[in-house]
Design a protein around this ligand. Structure first.
Ligand code: 5RP
Length: 241
């Protein structure tokens, strides 16, 4: 084989590898970060989030379920999936601080502030996250953003306060839209707030939560993630605070 042939073969092999990277789908990246997160589930009771990435995590967790004592679910859907895998689901009121909370995000910044609640489970997600020592966010690279707000911010609202809260959210510069036909696990409504550019997520999280009738909003900035496992075509990248 001549030097040129060797070079050509080398280029061909690296082209094949690059092509492999390019065709990695969003779902494959979600599966990869879900599997990586299982390494953090070493013992005790863990908190489990909601959504397609969290579902992949539950499926991967099932393979090592003997390692943990059970899980606290952030939604009815997650509780059902955990139980179907034979993982014990515990009431948060009957357990102490959780070792870890593993969940996806709709958007996350390099400072680990997030928008969550695309699946409408934001309130329980925020509660379980608050009760956990470490928040491990699992997301594919499309979720990493410079500024939060392109994804509409979900706000859980007591039904009788819907119109009042919508007017208050408009005063903050957003365009709230009712999530049609959707009721949360807590029996409330979701207003999705479009058109925000959230440069100070901590302040906005606090301001929205002070509107009467708001249960909570999908900004997770006051208690952001501690670890980000980001799925990329080149593999899972780990970022820690
Ligand atoms: C559900 C959530 C999810 O974590 C978020 O919507 C991301 O979902 P997915 O993993 O399906 O992209 O906050 O309320």
């Amino acid at each position: 084989m001549t030097g040129f042939d060797k070079w050509l073969r080398c280029r061909y092999l690296s082209w094949l590898l690059e092509t492999d990277e390019d065709i990695m789908t969003q779902d494959e990246m979600k599966q990869a970060v879900a599997r990586a997160a299982v390494e953090y589930a070493k013992n005790g009771i863990i908190g489990v989030g909601t959504g397609s990435t969290a579902n992949y995590f539950i499926d991967a967790l099932a393979e090592v379920k003997g390692r943990i004592d059970g899980a606290v679910a952030s939604s009815e859907a997650t509780a059902t999936r955990l139980k179907n895998h034979g993982i014990q689901v515990l009431d948060l009121n009957n357990v102490g601080e959780l070792e870890i909370y593993v969940d996806g995000a709709d958007e996350i910044t390099e400072h680990f502030a997030m928008i969550k609640g695309g699946g409408g489970a934001l309130t329980r997600e925020k509660i379980v996250a608050a009760a956990s020592k470490q928040f491990i966010c699992i997301a594919d690279e499309s979720k990493l953003v410079g500024v939060l707000g392109k994804f509409p911010l979900p706000v859980e609202v007591i039904p009788m306060a819907r119109s009042y809260v919508a007017r208050e959210l408009a005063k903050l510069g957003g365009q709230p839209r009712l999530r049609e036909g959707f009721i949360t696990d807590n029996g409330n409504l979701i207003l999705d707030v479009h058109g925000l550019s959230i440069v100070d997520p901590v302040s906005l999280e606090t301001a929205i939560n002070h509107i009467a009738g708001v249960v909570t909003n999908g900004l997770f900035a006051r208690r952001g993630a501690d670890v980000l496992l980001l799925g990329t075509p080149a593999g899972v990248k780990t970022y820690k605070k």
